[in-house]
Design a protein. Structure first.
Length: 484
């Protein structure tokens, strides 16, 4: 639509004020034309009246008025106006002209002309009255000269002056419009080139656009576009790597599963078939775990919308998950304990329920799987002044300091570690932590092992009117979920 066009809006922003100014200029020009025409008419009338007054003299029979041709000829401007005049003595007796011309509203003073409007023979006329003192033998007598003219010439002069000014103003407006249009074409040329360059780009071309040929006002737009393309490229690269790694991770256990199934079919006795069946079950569990982790990672990835922020009791949620993992801990002969140092509502956080559950599941699952038989995993929910802390400690092999920044990458596994891991657990945790504005820290446990601490922002509004766990209190240990 035209109203959404930037070019249309800029032109409208230029031309509408220019049109308003032009209308004001037309009005002022019309007024000036009228004032000028009136002034010219009045000056001609006054010049004619004074020319007649100068020819009033004293003769044998008294005052005598002679009308010079030049006094009337100066009105011949080609507009067909009619000129009327009258010369009278002080007592009103007519010396020359038309006696019935309209008289001035007030008698003209001897030193000043009197201008006024009137009608004569059903026509509008403009008149001037001049008082002329004439010297007589026995003194001085005043004679009054009245000169009038119809208004055709004055109106025509006013109209011509206004039309001439209007043409000039219109020409300036047209020139301004043309120059504005050309300027806009020149200003928009770099932007149009940029749009054509964007359209011509291949889908896999993420090179940044140059800002050298663009106006400074467009720099933020192009820089934001380049930054967005950089983020998009990084995300697409990450998705491509994820797809390749996921395919590789699934291909290996699926190939192993097919081999185990073939071995079970070719098994010569019941013992071999049972062993192959157990291997198939283990491989299936590994594939199921990998698929679940892939789904969890897909849910944890940012999709342009913030996650839900429900009020969740971190203690109750963690306890439920530990109960579910009790069987795994027993099978792997790992002591799984739960310590509570900050009961609800002090341990209430704002989080997405599903994502928070995936975070705790992956932390506990990693700790249990990487802890050797006879080891211990302790999960603690604590509270410090500005955060709720979920801490998972294990007595496993730990993670070397040089590898701790790498374990959050997808499919990364510590060299020499457990071969059954997929390298997705901590990557999922990191995505969830970032989505909730939390923080995660890895450090070595005293005596060996790993401590993973996740700090969640406190839901302060849920603590109003409620008691908070006392600082320095001894943590309360829940019943053991694994073997002692």
């Amino acid at each position: 639509m035209a109203t959404r066009s930037l070019r249309f809006q800029l032109l409208a922003g230029l031309l509408i004020p220019l049109g308003i100014v032009a209308c004001i200029q037309f009005s002022v020009a019309y007024r000036n034309a009228e004032v000028t025409a009136h002034a010219v008419t009045d000056r001609i009338l006054l010049a004619s009246a004074r020319s007649i007054a100068e020819h009033i003299g004293f003769g044998d029979s008294g005052l005598d008025a002679t009308i010079p041709p030049a006094a009337l000829g100066m009105f011949d401007l080609g507009y067909g106006d009619t000129v009327y005049y009258r010369v009278t003595r002080a007592d009103g007796r007519l010396l020359a002209g038309y006696l019935d011309l309209p008289a001035p509203p007030v008698p003209a003073p001897p030193s000043q002309p009197e201008y006024y409007d009137g009608r004569y023979h059903d026509e509008s006329i403009r008149l001037v009255a001049v008082t002329q003192p004439v010297s007589l033998a026995n003194g001085v007598e005043n004679a009054t000269v009245v000169v009038s003219e119809t208004l055709y010439g004055r109106n025509a002069m006013s109209r011509e002056l206004w039309i001439g000014s209007a043409w000039q103003q219109s020409l300036l407006i047209v020139i301004a419009c043309v120059l504005a249009w050309l300027a806009l074409r020149r200003v928009f040329a770099p932007l149009l080139r940029l749009s054509r360059e964007v359209e011509a780009r291949a889908p896999d071309d993420f090179r940044p656009f140059s800002v050298a040929a663009l106006q400074a006002e467009l720099d933020p737009l192009v820089r934001a576009l380049n930054e967005y393309m950089g983020r998009l490229r990084a995300q697409l690269d990450a998705q491509r790597r994820f797809t390749e790694n996921a395919a590789h991770q699934l291909r290996t256990p699926l190939t192993l599963l097919r081999t185990q199934a073939s071995f079970a079919l070719r098994g010569a006795d019941e013992r071999e078939r049972a062993e192959a069946t157990r291997a198939i079950v283990a491989t299936t569990q590994q594939i199921t775990r990998l698929a679940n982790q892939l789904l969890s990672l897909a849910k944890a990835e940012p999709h342009g919308q913030p996650p839900r922020r429900d009020a969740i009791d971190l203690v109750a949620t963690t306890r439920d998950i530990l109960v579910e993992h009790g069987r795994l801990a027993v099978d792997r002969q790992v002591d799984l304990a739960f310590e509570v140092a900050a009961p609800a509502p002090a341990a209430t956080v704002r989080a997405d329920p599903t994502m928070l559950r995936d975070l705790i599941v992956n932390l506990v699952d990693n700790a249990v799987r990487y802890t050797p038989a006879g080891g211990q995993v302790t999960v603690t929910v604590d509270r410090d002044p500005d955060a709720c802390v979920l801490r998972v400690e294990d007595t496993g092999p730990g993670i070397p300091a040089a590898q701790r920044a790498l374990v959050f990458e997808r499919f990364y596994r510590v060299p020499g570690g457990d071969s059954e891991g997929s390298g997705l657990g901590l990557a999922i945790v990191k995505e969830i932590v970032d989505a909730h504005g939390a923080a995660i820290d890895l450090r070595e446990r005293e005596g060996g092992g790993l401590v993973v601490a996740v700090r969640f922002p406190v839901a302060e509004e849920l603590l109003l009117g409620a008691g908070v766990a006392e600082a320095g209190r001894t943590p309360r240990e829940e019943p053991v979920l694994g073997p002692r």
